[in-house]
Design a protein around this ligand. Structure first.
Ligand SMILES: [Ca+2]
Length: 203
């Protein structure tokens, strides 16, 4: 049955149920009302689908949701905090994802970009100079190092988006407290839809 057939059938049934369907005008009015209701339902569904991909406070990009957390923690603490909320520190797998993160952070910190750095998931703490994503245990293939980085110094073993370089990548001391970016897939949004949000880390 086509949509028009469905609407016409629905309008006729409404006529019958209301017992007031006395002519074409009534039929047209009911048909129009049905059409409006139908379109409203479609519109509501569309908006819910668009907003329902990520929880409140999380930004959507690609097939993931991102939280730009404004609580300063060490890299390990930040990683644990993301995991406690069904996510992980952000992995940057390609230029498009890095451009999204940089654009968002540069917009958020247009004035104070020099004051806010953001941990992401990379580390070379296992083997110096061999950078990998902690989440996967796989080498980091895409990089966007700021000038002069990585330094190769011992103990600068964690990957951070550095504000003064407008959020290019840098290696940094893992124990230093910084903001951080959490990430999870859309599917986890559905799985954890009863999660009440982010009680500690706000925007
Ligand atoms: Ca290092």
């Amino acid at each position: 049955m086509s949509v028009s057939d469905l609407l016409e059938t629905t309008a006729i049934r409404l006529c019958i149920l209301s017992a007031k369907c006395t002519g074409l005008d009534t039929f047209v009015t009911l048909n129009n009302l049905t059409m409006i209701a139908f379109l409203l339902l479609v519109a509501i569904g569309y908006v819910n689908a668009a907003q329902g991909d990520c929880k409140h406070g999380w930004e959507s990009f690609g097939d993931s949701c991102y939280l730009f957390a404004h609580t300063k923690l060490s890299w390990a603490e930040a990683s644990a905090s993301c995991q406690a909320h069904h996510s992980h520190l952000a992995t940057v797998l390609n230029g498009a994802e890095q451009t999204f993160l940089k654009s968002h952070l540069n917009e958020k910190h247009r004035i104070d970009y020099g004051l806010h750095n953001y941990w992401i998931d990379g580390t070379d703490m296992e083997v110096e100079h061999e950078w990998e994503w902690a989440l996967f245990g796989q080498p980091i293939n895409y990089t966007d190092w700021m000038h002069g980085k990585p330094t190769g110094r011992l103990n600068e073993d964690c990957l951070i988006l550095w504000g003064l370089s407008h959020y290019q990548m840098s290696d940094y001391f893992c124990q230093i407290r910084a903001n951080f970016v959490c990430q999870h897939s859309y599917q986890l949004t559905v799985t954890n839809s009863t999660d009440g949000g982010w009680p500690v880390i706000g925007r």
